[in-house]
Design a protein around this ligand. Structure first.
Ligand code: NAG
Ligand code: NAG
Ligand code: NAG
Ligand code: NAG
Ligand code: NAG
Ligand code: NAG
Ligand code: NAG
Ligand code: NAG
Ligand code: NAG
Ligand code: NAG
Ligand code: NAG
Length: 401
């Protein structure tokens, strides 16, 4: 009895072990919340003590909202998505400047200041909407960059449907490496000529592709309540990879990962090596991918190894074993000279067949020739020269084809 109990317990331990081994590797430090509502929060980000790599990566999870909302550090910047590829999707409001017959009715002074993470210059566009609109975007202090676009239309019928092409809607790029913006507006006539279909100018920074212009946005009275996704680039530290590797104690990239110098620095990113997946910022975070299960690359037996795999062929078969490659085919077994190549054998057979064919055609032609001469003399005997002249060329033609 005692023995069977131990056996059961061992079996149980074995089951739990395989279960933990096959489950997805953790994305957080031990004891940390892995999500806020339905937003997952992978390390180096974290919501609690000891869960974030530095104070810039602290996430406030406010559970008074349903579902709970995640905010960057202790700010009001709402996070929609965190990607370990080095970007952060946040939700941003839009700036506006509205008029009626009397003058300005409302104005929202939109600005954003980030302590560490730059606004992605490749994944965002500054977008302005309006028919009497100069929209400017500049850094908060107004001294490192200032850009913007303008859009005019005197009749809504001129606006191109669904296209942000400069009439009713315009877009421009955000400069590289900026961490703040401030949106301001101006107009030629305070929208007085276009009030019937466009009382407001709007300006916002939006993830490229996440906003499609619609003509109704020009007169939608609730457009100013909208929020749009925007992308921030994040990095760890403030050194380059080369500098970070020298400071092993604080180097953020763990086993089986490599360091990447991002375009929008300073700082660096970590990435699992090829053949590994998971969270490169955590110890044991990058786990081997079992290519044999995920890719099913082999025809025959597949051997998984850390970071790679190889295919083999069963005994008596040869080839690279790859479904994409030569696969496995039966070995050609030669009695003595194993090295006697298949090509030589094929060549020998080919020459033999060709020679026999040649002989056969010789024999055939010889027989035909004899039959022809026999017929010729027969014809001469029966019909004289006339028929012979008609028939000869035909026969000759048949023989040569
Ligand atoms: C989170 O939930 C909200 C509403 O319940 C939904 O709109 C959103 O798509 C969800 N996000 C993810 C990443 O699942
Ligand atoms: C995580 O963020 C909090 C809040 O900003 C900060 O007090 C803490 O020091 C950070 N953790 C680390 C390891 O830097
Ligand atoms: C959560 O959000 C509510 C409503 O905006 C606010 O009153 C509260 O202070 C927030 N809680 C935390 C912990 O930030
Ligand atoms: C706009 O254009 C349409 C058709 O071209 C015209 O009928 C209409 O009067 C114009 N509206 C204004 C305000 O000019
Ligand atoms: C706004 O535009 C008006 C007229 O076009 C111009 O006089 C004024 O200086 C502009 N204001 C700003 C702040 O650019
Ligand atoms: C536009 O409105 C502003 C503020 O309401 C006013 O100061 C300015 O004179 C107006 N400009 C025009 C051209 O009506
Ligand atoms: C914008 O339009 C494109 C193409 O029509 C579509 O694929 C995309 O989902 C649209 N985006 C939004 C936010 O509506
Ligand atoms: C704008 O929002 C208000 C309040 O949320 C709503 O009553 C109204 O119907 C909305 N207007 C449009 C055109 O959707
Ligand atoms: C880089 O970060 C370290 C620690 O966070 C800080 O002490 C140092 O001043 C930073 N250096 C620069 C150039 O920002
Ligand atoms: C096979 O080749 C195709 C195209 O060359 C490639 O997309 C696919 O990933 C390959 N499959 C394997 C298992 O290597
Ligand atoms: C293929 O993988 C197995 C197991 O990892 C290893 O023993 C073998 O040497 C590998 N063969 C080749 C040709 O790399």
């Amino acid at each position: 009895m005692g023995l069977s109990f131990i056996f059961k317990k061992l079996a149980l331990v074995a089951v739990t072990l395989t279960l933990t081994a096959t489950s997805v590797a953790a994305q957080t430090q031990p004891g940390c919340e892995s999500s806020c509502g339905n937003i997952s929060i992978p390390y180096p980000f974290g919501t609690g003590d000891g869960c974030n790599i530095s104070s810039n990566f602290f996430i406030t999870c406010n559970t008074t909202f349903n579902p709970p909302k995640a905010f960057l550090t202790t700010s009001y910047i709402e996070i929609l998505d965190i990607s370990l590829d080095g970007y952060l999707r946040i939700s941003e409001s839009i700036g506006y400047d509205c008029y009626d017959k009397v003058g300005r009715t409302s104005y929202f002074d939109l600005w954003l200041m980030l302590s560490k993470f730059p606004i992605s210059h490749t994944r965002n566009k500054f977008t302005a909407i309006g028919c009497d609109t100069y929209a400017h975007v500049e850094d908060y202090l107004g001294d490192t960059y200032s850009t913007g676009c303008l859009t005019f239309c005197d009749n809504i019928t001129n606006v191109v449907k669904g296209s942000c092409s400069g009439i009713g809607c315009c877009q421009t790029a955000i400069p590289k490496g900026v961490r703040s913006y401030h949106v301001t507006f101006n107009s030629s006539n305070n929208h007085s000529n276009v009030l019937s279909f466009n009382p407001c100018s709007y300006g916002f920074v939006v993830e490229d592709g996440a906003y499609n212009f619609s003509i109704s946005d020009l007169y939608d009275e609730n457009f100013s309540d909208k929020e749009f996704p925007m992308i921030l680039d994040w990095t760890v530290g403030n050194q380059t990879c080369a500098e970070a590797k020298m400071d092993q104690e604080n180097y953020a990239c763990k086993e089986n990962s490599d360091c990447i110098d991002p375009e929008n620095g300073p700082g660096y990113l970590c990435k699992c090596l090829d053949g590994f997946q998971g969270n490169p910022y955590l110890s044991q975070g990058c786990q081997d991918i079992n290519e044999c299960d995920t890719l099913k690359p082999c025809n025959g037996p597949c051997n998984n190894a850390p970071g790679s795999y190889n295919c083999s062929c069963p005994d008596g078969f040869e080839g690279d074993g790859l479904r994409n490659g030569t696969g496995c085919s039966p070995k050609v077994v030669m009695p003595h000279h194993q090295s006697f190549s298949v090509a030589v054998v094929a060549l020998g057979i080919g020459v033999g067949v060709l020679f026999s064919l040649l002989c056969l055609s010789w024999v055939y032609m010889g027989l035909r020739q004899r039959k022809l001469t026999a017929e010729k003399s027969e014809n001469r005997q029966q019909n004289g020269g006339m028929l012979m002249r008609e028939q000869l060329p035909k026969r000759a033609e048949m023989l040569t084809t």
